[in-house]
Design a protein around this ligand. Structure first.
Ligand code: APR
Length: 230
């Protein structure tokens, strides 16, 4: 089991040019999440939803990992087997920076899911709802992302990892979306030390043993250097 569990959110990828959700100019100030991030929204207007994620995918293909993603990959390389990243992000910037142990609790933008048979495959650059599933042949393609009202991925393993962790760190997440927002309490109850790294204080800062404020590209490399020097 990993000794250090790191929860990441949209703030980690903000300096790579990917928008956050709830900041000023965040995605949820421009789009109604009920339209583009719920099963009901998809049922009402699948083209709108695939178009929204096609635009996110195009942004991602133009973006690159930043110094914070790179520092987390260095941490894992320097402490083999001790670091687990649980990310709410659907981008692939952790993997592109070199992190290996990454669980995507909200799914992945670069993957497609068949809502008829449950098959998964690599998403095309431009997804269409008329795309046929490679397994069952039905035109039932959707992005492999977890929408509001759906159950996040890997939850049982995540709770096990939180119970076993010595240190829990949350980076770039507003602490407004459950179950991730409660991970600090889960880890803390099980005896882990807890640290928050975020641009500003979040809704849940008071639950952490320590909370540091600043941009991820500054806070995360500095923290990683501390950890590797311990
Ligand atoms: N460095 C560090 N933190 C930052 C930076 C930065 N450069 N820029 C923004 N932040 C912080 C903001 O202060 C905010 O607290 O990142 C947080 C981003 O919060 P949200 O936009 O709410 O993103 P997140 O917490 O990842 O959202 C959770 O909500 O809509 C869903 O499924 C979506 O996974 C997402 C989930």
């Amino acid at each position: 089991m990993a000794r250090i569990v790191i929860l990441t959110g949209a703030g980690l990828s903000a300096e790579s040019g990917l928008g956050t959700f709830r900041d000023k100019d965040g995605l949820w100030t421009k789009y109604d999440l009920q339209d583009v991030a719920t099963p009901e929204g998809f049922a009402r207007n699948p083209e709108l939803v695939t178009g929204f994620y096609n635009a996110r995918r195009a942004n991602l293909l133009d973006a690159a990992p930043n110094a914070a993603h790179e520092a987390l990959a260095r941490l894992e390389a320097g402490l083999p087997g001790e670091v687990l990243i649980v990310t709410q992000n659907i981008d692939n910037l952790h993997e592109r920076a070199g992190s290996k142990a990454v669980w995507h609790m909200h799914g992945e933008l670069m993957r497609a899911l068949c809502h008829a048979c449950g098959a998964r495959w690599d998403a095309p650059r431009e997804m269409r709802t008329s795309d046929a599933c490679p397994a069952c042949g039905k035109a039932a393609t959707r992005p492999d992302v977890v929408w509001f009202g759906e159950y996040p991925y890997h939850m049982e393993e995540i709770w096990d990892a939180l119970r076993a962790a010595e240190l829990f760190v949350a980076i770039g997440t507003s602490g407004q979306v459950y179950p991730a927002a409660a991970f600090v309490q889960d880890a803390s109850r099980a005896g882990a030390e807890t640290l928050e790294l975020n641009l500003e204080r979040s809704e849940v800062s008071h639950d952490f043993d320590e909370a540091r404020q600043g941009p991820a590209t500054e806070l995360v490399p500095a923290w990683v250097e501390e950890m590797l020097a311990r």
